[in-house]
Design a protein around this ligand. Structure first.
Ligand code: HEM
Ligand code: HEM
Length: 202
């Protein structure tokens, strides 16, 4: 079953056909940073010797890059609210439109959850946090956890950051890429909407 997009489906898009240059730039920079961060996190945590100076150095880079990513994500969320985005392709079936919307929301949740959980983890471990060499504040309100509640929370947050969210990210990103490629190949060319130098197909 197919359907057409009406004004009611596109209350803010105002007929925009592709994402704005700012949205495209942020989409690809943030995607790249997330992949780099997953690789970097795995490398310093699993490959480098524990408690070595080189591991500390790489952790500092991971933290600073992660906080930089968080700032870019917040700019992206802000620009998503202010700048209209194009409506989904007109003749997707209702379940495809719904799935695409759910995946987009999950991607935003992951983009925020990944750096915030890292920040929360270091806050709970009461380690100094630096952002490219400058002191960065701990998240407020975490002093409430003490004793065994504190230890349990630290373990849970660590597991959430290094395991749960990473696996969730792989699954959701795979769905997202598969969806984009499927639409691209089945006559709904969505890639040009997000890739600056691609020409629109008729
Ligand atoms: C960490 C990796 C990625 C994240 C977090 C991500 C996130 C997102 C989000 C949130 C949107 C929706 C934009 C909005 O409406 O505000 C989007 C759109 C899009 N993404 Fe990604 N993305 C990632 C990787 C990729 C990759 C590898 C591709 C390549 C196939 C891709 C292709 C697209 C396309 C074509 C759209 C536009 C879809 C449409 O026209 O509705 N993304 N992405
Ligand atoms: C896009 C953002 C981020 C991603 C994708 C990410 C991903 C990862 C990954 C994949 C690991 C290691 C997993 C493994 O052991 O295999 C890790 C570890 C770690 N991350 Fe992140 N991270 C991000 C942001 C942050 C931020 C903002 C902070 C702190 C402010 C942070 C602090 C840490 C720490 C301290 C570890 C080591 C955990 C341990 O001691 O076991 N991360 N991260």
């Amino acid at each position: 079953m197919t359907r057409s997009v009406t004004l009611a489906d596109d209350p803010q898009g105002r007929g925009r056909k592709r994402y704005s240059p700012l949205s495209m730039a942020l989409h690809w920079i943030i995607a790249l940073l997330i992949f780099v961060q997953i690789g970097l996190g795995w490398y310093f945590n699993e490959v480098l010797p524990d408690h070595s100076p080189i591991q500390d150095r790489f952790q500092d880079i991971h933290v600073s890059l992660g906080l930089t990513t968080l700032m870019l994500i917040l700019i992206r969320v802000g620009s998503r609210i202010v700048i209209p985005v194009p409506a989904l392709p007109q003749d997707l079936s209702p379940w495809e439109s719904r799935l695409a919307q759910v995946v987009h929301v999950l991607l935003y949740v992951l983009m925020l959850g990944l750096p915030l959980s890292g920040w929360l983890f270091l806050t709970m471990r009461q380690e100094p946090i630096t952002f490219w060499g400058v002191n960065w504040p701990a998240l407020p309100g975490m002093e409430a956890f003490t004793g065994s509640a504190h230890r349990t929370f630290v373990r849970s947050v660590k597991h959430f950051h290094v395991f749960t969210l990473i696996w969730a990210a792989w699954v959701v990103i795979a769905l997202h890429v598969a969806g984009a490629l499927k639409h691209q190949l089945d006559g709904h060319p969505v890639l040009w909407r997000m890739i600056p130098f691609l020409k629109a197909r008729a």
